[in-house]
Ligand binder design. Structure first.
Ligand SMILES: C[S@@+](CC[C@H](N)C(=O)[O-])C[C@H]1O[C@@H](n2cnc3c(N)ncnc32)[C@H](O)[C@@H]1O
Length: 232
C-alpha cells in the first residue's frame, strides 16, 4: 500500500480570503485534517477554514497547554504517532497552520517527531510580519536593510540587544511581554519608530503607534513593527 502524504497547510493570518487556492484545494481533498488547539475550546487554524471543511473528514485536534515555555515533547510524539498511523494506512492528512507552517509553528515540532520518513508537502501561507506590514501599509524593509524577527518572550537584556542591533524588526508574541518591550523601546529611543498591529486581517484588526497602546489589553496575536530609518 502507498503511504499517505502529510500536507502542512499555511492558512495565513486569519482572513479566510488570504487562504491560497492550493491550500483550499488540498484541504477539501484530504480525508483527515489535524490542527493545533488549546486544551479546551476551538482551534484558531481550524476556524479560518471552518466553512470549507467536509463533514466526512476525520479531525484530529492536537491540544497544547496554554502556558509559557515549549510544549511537552509527549504532545508532539503522541500526535506524530497518531498521524503516522493514518499515513501508513494510505490516507492523506492535512495539518492546518495559522500563518506559514514553517514560521514559528507547531508543524515544525510535528515534523521532527514523526517516526520514520513519510512524503511531506508544505504549502506556504502569508506569515504575520507580511500581514502586519500590509495592515499598517508600512514597508518591512527596503534597499539594503535587514529584517530581524524577534520573539518578545526573550529575557529583557537579550531582547534589547537584538532590537538595538536591527535595522528593522518584527517583534512577535507580545501578550504579557508588552510592558517589557515598551520599556526597552523607550530606553533605546525607538518608541516613536514603533507601530503596533493587533489581529492583522481579522475584523478586530487594530493598528496604532505602540506608544498609544494600553498594556492591559495586549493579546497574543499582536506584533510590533520597528523601523529605525522609517522612510528607508
Ligand atoms: C507562534 S507565532 C505563529 C506565527 C505564524 N505561524 C505565522 O506565520 O505568522 C504567533 C505570533 O505571530 C504573530 N501573529 C500571528 N498572527 C497575527 C495576526 N493576525 N496579527 C498580528 N500578529 C500576529 C503574533 O506576534 C503571535 O504572537
Amino acid at each position: 500500500m502507498t503511504a499517505g502524504r502529510l500536507y502542512g497547510l499555511g492558512l495565513g493570518p486569519g482572513d479566510p480570503e488570504l487562504v491560497t487556492l492550493k491550500a483550499l484545494r488540498l484541504l477539501r481533498a484530504v480525508p483527515v485534517v489535524a490542527y493545533p488547539a488549546p486544551e479546551t475550546g476551538d482551534s484558531f487554524a481550524r476556524r479560518i477554514v471552518a466553512e470549507w471543511l467536509v463533514p466526512a473528514q476525520r479531525e484530529i485536534a492536537v491540544r497544547f497547554p496554554m502556558r509559557p515555555g515549549p510544549p511537552p515533547a509527549e504532545i508532539y510524539e503522541r500526535a506524530a504517532a497518531e498521524i503516522a498511523a493514518v499515513l501508513a494506512a494510505g490516507q492523506d492528512v492535512a495539518y492546518l497552520c495559522q500563518g506559514d507552517p514553517l514560521f514559528y509553528g507547531s508543524f515544525a515540532g510535528l515534523l521532527q517527531a514523526l517516526p520514520g520518513r513519510c512524503p511531506v508537502v508544505v504549502v506556504p501561507g502569508v506569515s504575520s510580519p507580511s500581514a502586519c506590514a500590509a495592515a499598517a501599509a508600512m514597508p518591512l524593509v527596503q534597499r539594503d536593510e535587514a529584517l530581524a524577527v524577534i520573539p518578545a518572550t526573550l529575557p529583557e537584556a537579550e531582547l534589547a540587544r537584538r532590537i538595538a542591533a536591527a535595522d528593522a524588526a518584527a517583534i512577535v508574541k507580545l501578550g504579557r511581554h508588552f510592558l517589557k518591550l515598551r520599556r526597552i523601546l523607550e530606553k533605546l529611543r525607538l518608541l516613536d519608530a514603533a507601530l503596533y498591529v493587533e489581529h492583522a486581517s481579522w475584523p478586530s484588526e487594530r493598528v496604532m503607534p505602540l506608544a498609544a497602546v494600553d498594556p492591559a489589553g495586549v493579546p497574543y496575536f499582536a506584533t510590533a513593527l520597528v523601523r529605525r530609518r522609517g522612510g528607508g
